[in-house]
Design a protein around this ligand. Sequence first.
Ligand SMILES: [Zn+2]
Ligand SMILES: [Zn+2]
Length: 194
Amino acid sequence: MGHARQPCPLDRSRLVEMGLSYGAKGVDLSIWYCPRCDVAFVLLSPSRSEAAPSALQWHRRDGQLELREEDRGRWEELPRQFGECWESNVRHHVGLFLRGRHAEGVCCQLDGTPTPVLHRWRDPAGTGWLMSWCRWCKLGFLFASSADNGWECCASVAWDAGLGRYEVVKEYPTGAGHALGPQLVARLPPLPAL
Ligand SMILES: [Zn+2]
Ligand SMILES: [Zn+2]
């Protein structure tokens, strides 16, 4: 169950997932954020229902994300304390994302451990890239940065010591639509002794 990722209803951008609660109080709830529109969306549906969820929009007013007037009625059907808690979560999670998006404190995409940055570079188009390394998973993660989305993981790579090069293990879609060319992986410096 749960809510499938949807594009931003306002500009079709890729939304960033901000948190979820499935099943509590009989509802499935998930929080999504569009960095380009600076609008948060809360998807709400009855728990275990196949019906399309309602998308409640939170727009910034006087510096704070506020639920649109027209969505207030649907929100107030939630048990009061649950609604208040998730109202505060919407603002909290979006605030954390906005404060942290340009920080280089990147994590392993598999286990969430903070990973050291091995390389930083800028591509010919001016996009900043970095590669971090998870010693536990033995995988490198390539991140690219954009003004709206900050650092986003584009791919994981493994080091093939025999061939002396990296192989792409998995590519991840990004909000900024970063393209991972074969050149980019081929030009990565060899894995240092860690
Ligand atoms: Zn948008
Ligand atoms: Zn890892």
